[in-house]
Design a binder for this molecule. Structure first.
Ligand code: FMN
Length: 191
């Protein structure tokens, strides 16, 4: 089986990138394949155009978006790996979701119901600067909206690896433990 790992970080030496690579190593170690969609590296344009939006109801998508959809369709699982920026993923990733998960590809209207079309597993690797706190439910604020997108599209969602307290001067041992957890999650992804 094959996993598509979508990653959104501008710095190739970021913690996000290291975590992504270790997750991929885990997938490969378990005998499966992994393809990376490095949105910054590939120069993905996250801005929805007026022509594009006008085409959505008729199922019209550009060759660029068709290629993204085919890349998803050729895989059995989707992984999103990103940092939290002002409570949301980087704009390049939300733009990717907005442009790629179109009506007819990712979901379909069945009468008054909506039916997700992407019968694949999905997992998120999310890096957060804040430490988890008892007084504010940051997991609901930061992570649930993205899980809602994946659920809407019909995906089977595996537990999110949320890495709290990731910042430049964070404890090295804690960061290493997150990296090893990503390897283990990669190994288990298709189990
Ligand atoms: C523009 C920006 C906005 C951020 N907003 C938040 C935030 O809302 N909440 C939070 O906990 N951390 C926030 N952070 C911290 C990042 O989540 C954290 O530094 C990042 O996950 C570390 O991973 P990296 O080394 O791969 O960048 C922000 C960082 C940046 C650069």
């Amino acid at each position: 089986m094959k996993a598509l790992i979508v990653t959104a970080h501008p710095q190739p030496d970021s913690f996000t990138q290291a975590l992504t690579e270790r997750f991929i190593a885990g997938v490969v170690a378990s005998g499966h394949e992994a393809e990376i969609a490095d949105l910054y590296g590939e120069g993905f344009n996250p801005v929805v155009s007026v022509q594009e939006m006008n085409g959505w109801q008729n199922g019209l998508v550009s060759p660029e978006i068709r290629a993204e959809q085919e890349r998803i369709r050729s895989c059995d699982g989707l992984v999103l790996s990103y940092p939290v920026w002002w409570s949301t993923p980087p704009a390049i990733l939300t733009g990717w979701l907005q442009r790629v998960l179109t009506l007819g590809f990712a979901f379909q209207h069945e009468g008054s119901r909506t039916e997700g079309q992407l019968r694949m597993r999905a997992q998120m690797l999310v890096n957060v600067g804040s430490k988890q706190r008892q007084d504010v439910d940051l997991a609901t604020l930061y992570i649930e909206p993205m899980l809602g997108v994946l659920r809407y599209c019909g995906m089977e969602i595996l537990p999110t690896q949320a890495n709290w307290g990731v910042y430049q001067k964070a404890d090295r041992a804690a960061l290493e433990a997150y990296i090893e957890q990503a390897f283990e999650n990669g190994k288990r992804f298709f189990a």
